[in-house]
Design a protein around this ligand. Structure first.
Ligand code: MG
Length: 248
């Protein structure tokens, strides 16, 4: 676990603003007929124009500047010039920016045009489960309080939390301790202290929780083919409560 100084937080705020702006722009250009490679290019151009580097590009060999995952793809979709976004798709974009020595990390799932009421509800509940997780990230609480807040909220609405992939600390490294599962028991795990910066990121399936990886070695999909949503913020744990850093 790493505690950030006030000066380090100021830099993280800049890194987070860049990542949040890139995510917002991705949502604005996402229309039927554009490819995921195009969205990736827009993200990359924006981040580099700010003097930052896409955190994911080359991370463990990942070939894109952002992860772009469509419909039944949960996370880690590889941008492709042959993958077109269609009316009715939901598209998850996960993007981080490395700036002045610090990483940032955020994600959102966008509905492209009209989607079914079930899918719209999935997006709402996933976003709200992130908000519930963030509210639980107070000084003196434990990681399990965040995990349990997310899991309870999702299950109350009849959806499933993905268990294989988790949130994490973020800072000089893209993935720092502690791991933040999206399921767990309240009151368990590491105690939260002021100065921690955490990426909280529920991944929620419309159907069953089970996932598998495609042969490309990256893309994670739902086993039952159901749609999946992903929302993420980088937050700062403070004595006056959690603050979301990935804001525009
Ligand atoms: Mg993350």
């Amino acid at each position: 676990m790493v505690i950030k100084s006030a000066g380090e937080i100021e830099i993280m705020k800049e890194a987070c603003f860049i990542a949040a702006s890139a995510l917002k722009i991705a949502g604005e250009v996402m229309k039927p007929g554009v490819t995921t490679a195009y969205v990736n290019r827009v993200i990359d151009d924006f981040i580099t124009s700010k003097g930052a580097v896409p955190s994911f590009l080359g991370y463990n060999g990942f070939p894109g500047s952002a992860c772009i995952s469509i419909n039944n793809e949960v996370i880690h979709g590889i941008p492709s010039a042959t993958r077109m976004i269609n009316e009715g798709d939901i598209v998850s974009v996960d993007v981080g920016a490395f700036f002045k020595g610090f990483h940032s990390d955020n994600a959102a799932t966008f509905a492209v045009g009209e989607v079914s009421s079930d899918v719209r509800k999935l997006l709402e509940v996933t976003k709200e489960s992130l908000e519930a997780g963030i509210r639980a990230a107070t000084v003196g609480s434990r990681v399990g309080d965040i995990s349990n807040a997310i899991q309870s909220y999702v299950q109350k609405h009849g959806f499933s939390v993905v268990k294989e992939y988790v949130g994490h600390g973020v800072g000089r490294d893209l993935h720092e301790d502690p791991a933040i599962p999206n399921h767990g028991e309240a009151g368990q795990g590491l105690e939260l202290v002021s100065g921690m910066t955490l990426a909280i990121e529920p991944m929620v399936n419309l159907g069953k929780a089970y996932v598998k990886m495609l042969n490309d070695g990256w893309t994670v999909v739902t086993r039952d083919g159901s749609c999946s949503a992903h929302f993420e913020h980088t937050i700062w744990v403070t004595d006056s409560g959690p603050q979301i850093l990935t804001v525009v």
